[in-house]
Design a protein. Structure first.
Length: 238
């Protein structure tokens, strides 16, 4: 999360409204993290390790393609339970995927008013990545930096893994074999730098795009009501 609707990512990212704070720095996580040395070249491997899409991600991707819900814009599907992002162009062609880091807390709703809080005021249970459909665009944040805003009002953005957070071992989390330790941020979505600069930014830079964030616990239809007309495939009958 970018506190108070904006932050400068780098060694230290300042929250707006006059309060300074590190960008998406949270308390020590409970999930274990493998203690391995991770050079930048290895971090890029988080993009290459492609798993099969979950049933939920496959269903949402099919619905978007069939209904053209993306309105001729590029889009991403973020599967929180799998800690994976899938990128598509405006025509629905898959462009790539990558591991992601998401909000520390399990939950599909943002706490009211969380976007105007300073980082130090945000409790652990408030550090969620909200589920839903968002029209994402690049815009200005504190420090005159351009960020990809997913939900401006709750200060959620999609951006590369920030520097200066070695104690959180974010890079190691991206490379771990399971999604169990990928919850660490204040709510923002972190992706590998190379994937962001070579895939996400070129796709979204001109007109923005649509971000679909799958739920942790809610039913898909509750988050994306239009899925009611695209029921899941009965694999047993096929």
């Amino acid at each position: 999360m970018i506190a108070a609707r904006g932050a400068l990512f780098g060694l230290l990212l300042a929250a707006s409204h006059g309060a300074a704070g590190a960008f998406a720095v949270s308390e020590a996580p409970k999930a274990p993290v493998a203690k391995v040395s991770v050079p930048q070249a290895s971090l890029d491997e988080a993009v290459a390790d492609e798993p099969a899409r979950s049933e939920a991600a496959t269903r949402v991707a099919g619905w978007i393609a069939a209904s053209q819900d993306n309105n001729a814009l590029p889009y991403v599907i973020i599967d929180k339970n799998a800690a994976r992002l899938f990128l598509f162009d405006a025509d629905g062609t898959a462009l790539g995927d990558a591991a992601v880091l998401i909000g520390l807390a399990v939950g599909d709703d943002a706490t009211p008013g969380v976007g105007s809080k300073n980082l130090a005021e945000i409790g652990p249970a408030e550090k969620t990545t909200p589920a839903g459909r968002f029209v994402a665009k690049y815009g200005w944040a504190a420090g005159r930096q351009r960020v990809l805003w997913v939900d401006y009002h709750t200060s959620v953005a999609l951006h590369p893994v920030p520097k200066g957070t070695r104690k959180e071992r974010r890079r190691e989390r991206l490379l771990s074999p399971t999604p169990d330790d990928n919850r660490i941020t204040f709510g923002c979505i972190n992706v590998p730098l190379k994937f962001y600069t070579t895939q996400v930014r070129p796709a979204f830079a001109k007109k923005g795009g649509v971000v679909y964030i799958l739920p942790d616990t809610k039913a898909l239809e509750d988050v994306f009501p239009r899925l009611h007309v695209y029921p899941p495939v009965d694999r047993a009958a096929s």
